[in-house]
Each structure stands twice: as C-alpha cells, then as structure tokens.
Design a protein around this ligand. Structure first.
Ligand code: PRP
Ligand code: URA
Length: 208
C-alpha cells in the first residue's frame, strides 16, 4: 500500500480552518472543496498520458493528453459528496458511482444502504472519495465492493486519516493507493479521529 500525505503550506493553512470548531458550515464546505482540488491534483499524478499534435495559433506542436477519459469517482455517502465537485472540476468526463455506507454508532461497523456503480472495466482508474478514514471499516468495505464489481486500479482520497485506519487498510487491501491531506494521532473510544475535525458529514450538511 502506498500512502501519500500532502505537505503544502496551503493545505496546512486550510486544515487549520477546517479543524476549527468555530468555522461555519458554508466555509467548511468551501474549504473541503479547496483541499479536495489539491488532493485531486495529487491523486491523478499517475494517470497515463499519450502524445498528440495540436495546432497552436502559431505552429504545430507535440503535447500530452490524458490517455483515457473514463476515470471513475466513487463518493462514499454522505461525506464523500464534499470532495466530488473538486474532482469533477478537474475530471469533467469522469463517471460517478455512489456508495451509501453509515457506521453503526455502537459497533462502528459500516452498514451498506445504497449502491450504484458505472461499469467498472478492469483498467479504469477508480478514486474512492471519503474525507474521513477512522477505523478503516467504511473504506475497506467500499474497496471490497468495488473489487467485487471488477475494479483493479483503486485509490482512496481522504482529508484525514487515523493510524488505526491506515493499518486496517494495509491488512485488508495492500494494493490500495491512499492520498490524504493529514494523518492524525489516534481514535477516541467512540471511533472519532483525534485531534480531527469532528463529524465531517454533519459539518458538511448541517445535521449536527
Ligand atoms: C463517516 C465518514 C466515513 C466513516 C469513517 O461516515 O464519512 O465514511 O465515517 O469511519 P470508519 O473509518 O470508522 O468507517 P458516517 O458513517 O459518519 O456517515 P455520514 O458520512 O453519512 O455522516
Ligand atoms: N467520521 C467522522 O466524520 N469523523 C471522525 O472523526 C470519524 C469518523
């Protein structure tokens, strides 16, 4: 498994605002989208390109384009929806699958409630979007379902990860790529990330 942690002054700055309990929901959503854009740039670094020739207004030149435009984005509902606009901005032709999972409050086990995936050809790059990787149960279940549907080239994109979740995914899906804005200290007894940012879904959608 590879884990890429963003280390950039803009990300540190925006994360300080995302973590702040006083940040209102509208700003929280905007900041998640902004960090999402930086995550999207980093997560797509290995997309294959091909050479093409174009005519500029001045002359013909060789340049590079994405080899394939059939990338798949899979936000894990609900909080993963917060990262979707950033990825669609940079990958406007991507197909979008949806996966509904919620963590049972007591057991912390993910409960699936909705699934709608586009056809997942083996070689299509699939980006699973979920801002929070806590115990790793939800991400592991999302990747399991996508592999069962045929996906082979999988990346998980998150804002915050806990060491416990990274360890779980290393065991369950050693072939996964992970791109994350920050890795925090630990989980608390209720499975929340410390120091964290609280409940991402509630802060995105005002349901706290
Ligand atoms: C949050 C988050 C992840 C999950 C992470 O979702 O968006 O999907 O918890 O926790 P885990 O790594 O321990 O599985 P939640 O279940 O709160 O649902 P929501 O997005 O609808 O709020
Ligand atoms: N889900 C969240 O939204 N926040 C956490 O800290 C853990 C899981």
């Amino acid at each position: 498994m590879t884990v890429h942690v963003l280390d950039h002054p803009l990300v540190h700055h925006k994360m300080s605002l995302i973590r702040d309990r006083k940040t209102p929901g509208s700003l929280f959503r905007a900041l998640v989208e902004e960090v999402g854009l930086i995550l999207a740039v980093e997560a797509t670094r290995e997309l294959p390109t091909e050479s093409v020739v174009v005519e500029t207004p001045l002359e013909r030149t060789g340049t590079l384009r994405l080899k394939s435009l059939d990338t798949v984005l899979v936000p894990v509902l609900r909080a993963g929806l917060g990262l979707l606009p950033s990825f669609l901005k940079l990958l406007p032709t991507a197909k979008v699958g949806h996966l509904g999972l919620y963590r049972d409050h007591d057991s912390l086990v993910p409960v699936p409630y909705y699934r709608n995936f586009p056809p997942l050809l083996e070689a299509r790059p699939v980006f699973v979007l979920d801002p929070m990787l806590a115990t790793g149960g939800s991400a592991s279940e999302a990747v399991r379902q996508l592999k069962a549907a045929g996906a082979m080239n999988l990346s998980l994109v998150s804002i915050l990860a806990a060491p416990e979740g990274l360890e779980r995914l290393q065991g369950d899906h050693p072939d996964l790529r992970i791109i994350v804005a920050a890795v925090d200290r630990q989980l608390n007894e209720k499975g929340y990330i410390l120091p964290g940012l609280g409940d991402a879904g509630d802060r995105l959608f005002g349901t706290a």
